[in-house]
Design a protein around this ligand. Structure first.
Ligand SMILES: N[C@@H](CCC(=O)N[C@@H](CS)C(=O)NCC(=O)O)C(=O)O
Length: 231
């Protein structure tokens, strides 16, 4: 049995990030899927925030997807998913941070927003983030692509991709579309979508539309939705 276990939920973009990293590293791992609506009793002892993903490896128990992915990079250096050059590595971390601190909260808030005035504001803010990614991210770092940092896939790609896969829910419930002036981002997404690790971990548009109805109609009551609603 594999020495590495990832506790995940298929719908969760953060868990997908870490599953992608494991697959890209070619590491043998065990996938334990849980139902977030009906968490097993043992989960509370494993996940202090009551969230997936959680990685168990030997004696280590690690949570928070960005930390898990950095851990995997250090524990399994080949193939590398971070650049060797310290300056570029810092750039990669800046974009991972932008995703976690700015992009993801805006995407979730838009889906959760019940007020039309708030939705308009959040649509504008999300479009601004997407243009910033297009110009300052892909525009300066990807060169001829096809990945965020150029020719090689990195943790930056794995950090963003799951959220862009779920963008369809924003289009369906909030009329949000990708701005026309983001061709690099569109090409990046189309390329990522065909990556074997993405095909193995991804879901259909219909799956997300069905799952995220609870966020969109304001009835979601899990830990994550409650935290975001309270902000
Ligand atoms: N910052 C965390 C976020 C993880 C997270 O929000 N996971 C959600 C699912 S997507 C979860 O498990 N929520 C539990 C709940 O809603 O009850 C990470 O990067 O791992």
């Amino acid at each position: 049995m594999a020495d590495i276990e990832i506790i995940s939920a298929n719908v969760c973009p953060f868990a997908q990030r870490s599953r992608l990293a494991l697959l890209e590293k070619g590491v043998d791992f065990r996938l334990t899927e849980i139902d977030l609506e009906n968490k097993p009793d043992w989960f509370a002892a494993v996940s202090p925030y009551s969230k997936v993903p959680v990685l168990r490896h030997g004696g280590n128990r690690i949570y928070e997807s960005a930390v898990i992915n950095e851990y995997l990079e250090e524990a399994f250096p080949e193939p590398p998913l971070m650049p060797g050059d310290p300056g570029l590595r810092a750039q990669a971390r800046i974009w991972i941070d932008f995703c976690n601190v700015r992009y993801v909260p805006t995407q979730y808030r838009l889906l959760l927003a019940q007020d039309e005035e708030k939705r308009t504001k959040l649509r504008d803010q999300l479009a601004e983030h997407l243009r910033f990614i297009e110009q300052e991210g892909l525009g300066t770092l990807s060169g001829d692509g096809p990945f965020w940092l150029g020719a090689d896939i990195s943790l930056v790609d794995l950090t963003y991709y799951p959220f862009l896969e779920r963008f369809v829910a924003l289009t369906h419930y909030r009329g949000m579309t990708m701005p026309d002036d983001c061709p690099k981002l569109k090409a990046w997404f189309a390329h990522m979508r065909n990556r074997p690790s993405v095909i193995e971990t991804g879901n259909s548009d219909e799956f997300y539309i069905k799952h995220y109805i609870k966020y969109a109609d304001g009835t979601a009551n899990g830990v994550s939705a409650r935290e975001l609603k309270d902000e």
